[in-house]
Write a protein that binds this ligand. Structure first.
Ligand SMILES: [Zn+2]
Length: 258
């Protein structure tokens, strides 16, 4: 039994499943998972995402705005806090910094300000924070330190950076989450991090419907494919698969107070 610690069910095209999330979960064997965390990407889509999974006992939600969402509303600290408490979200995010597709200074400072607001909301609600970081190592760690993100704790999700950054995040009390990227042949840097990360500090995720792992790379990704991530982690860490399932689930439960 695995936990998918990061997926986006509201980004799935449910028309083949008659717009029924139950049918989707069953058809894709996601109902075999122990638990799923459905992560918010933008403020406008958030209420529909919340309602989509409202009756699902196995699915938790987060509330937040992805750094690459430049068009929609940027919620204030209060808006984030209110939504998280009202809707029993288990985490704040995903938020963070992504300099890969940044177009100008305005976007840069918007991302940074928003990241700071999310950390503040996480501290006020005492909920962990889900961080997306890409090509922004220095500023991510700098803002995490300045805003004392360690008080809330959280996870660097879909990790793609190097061990140096992972170590700094671990030192702040954060967890590292591995997606299907860790199964990619050329992902040596992430695989090295996976080998070195302490057993009590990693999570596994799909980030579905994006980023299908090997052997499904290039195809649609489903929450149940977290098993391929777990298999790769087992190989890299020299652990039996059921041990990876157990410890990653325990880590998830510790972080998200489940
Ligand atoms: Zn995501």
């Amino acid at each position: 039994m695995f936990i998918d610690s990061h997926c986006h069910l509201d980004r799935v095209d449910l028309t083949p499943y008659e717009n029924d999330v139950d049918a989707y979960l069953e058809a894709t064997s996601a109902d075999l998972l122990d638990h799923l965390l459905c992560v918010s990407i933008d403020w406008e889509a958030y209420p529909a995402m919340r309602d989509l999974v409202a009756n699902q006992k196995k699915i938790s939600i987060s509330v937040g705005v992805h750094p690459n969402e430049v068009k929609g509303h940027t919620p204030s600290v209060n808006e984030l806090v209110e939504a998280a408490l009202r809707d029993k979200a288990v985490a704040i995010g995903e938020t963070g910094l992504d300099y890969y597709r940044i177009e100008d200074d305005a976007q840069l400072s918007c991302q940074q300000q928003r990241f700071r607001h999310h950390i503040e909301a996480a501290k006020q609600t005492n909920k962990p924070i889900i961080i997306h970081t890409r090509n922004a190592q220095e500023d991510t760690i700098k803002i995490m330190r300045e805003e004392e993100a360690g008080q809330a704790g959280g996870v660097l999700h879909c990790f793609t950076e190097d061990w140096d950054m992972a170590k700094k995040a671990l030192d702040l009390g954060f967890y590292i989450s591995f997606s299907g990227i860790v199964t990619f042949k050329n992902a040596k840097q992430v695989q090295e991090v996976a080998q070195k990360v302490p057993e009590d500090r990693f999570l596994i995720e799909t980030d579905s419907p994006y980023l299908a792992p090997v052997p499904m790379r290039g195809k649609p990704n489903y929450p149940n494919y977290v098993k391929y991530v777990a298999e790769k982690m087992a190989e890299l860490k020299g652990l039996p698969l059921n041990k990876v399932a157990d410890i990653s689930a325990n880590n998830y439960n510790d972080l998200f107070n489940r």
